[in-house]
Write a protein that binds this ligand. Structure first.
Ligand SMILES: [Zn+2]
Length: 132
């Protein structure tokens, strides 16, 4: 399964600037110390709307996952399945991202993962998670 070419949209520039340097940058509400996914705009915890961008540890655990089986090519070869995970960052937010280097049959809830970035020749880097 191919991930399409990612383009930044202006709102998420700090996320992609971090990704370019292999840093996971997400949103954080400083007054109440809650962390959020990059697309969060306000803080549901305290009602604040001044979320800052902050670097997360990149450590996460697996919550759940989906295995996507590719369509066989004309010559009958079947691409390896892609695994999409829902992961819980150590800071609390949940993110959807592709899992890499995992055996789909051996996945389990709570598996320790670490954020990693792929830097395609074209488009923005994208986030995936690998087992620790
Ligand atoms: Zn808050």
């Amino acid at each position: 399964m191919e991930i399409g070419i990612l383009r930044r949209d202006g709102r998420t520039d700090p996320f992609f600037d971090g990704a370019a340097e292999d840093r996971l940058v997400i949103r954080r509400c400083e007054p109440c110390d809650h962390w959020y996914a990059p697309d969060q705009s306000g803080c549901p915890s305290c009602g604040g709307d001044e979320l800052v961008w902050a670097q997360a540890s990149g450590e996460a655990t697996l919550v759940t996952w989906t295995v996507l089986h590719g369509r066989p090519a004309a010559d009958g070869t079947v691409p390896p399945p892609a695994v999409l995970g829902l992961v819980e960052l150590a800071e609390g937010p949940w993110l959807n991202a592709r899992l890499d280097g995992v055996d789909a049959a051996a996945l389990r809830e709570g598996l320790a993962l670490r954020a990693s970035f792929v830097h395609p020749a074209e488009g923005e880097p994208y986030l995936l998670f690998r087992p620790v």
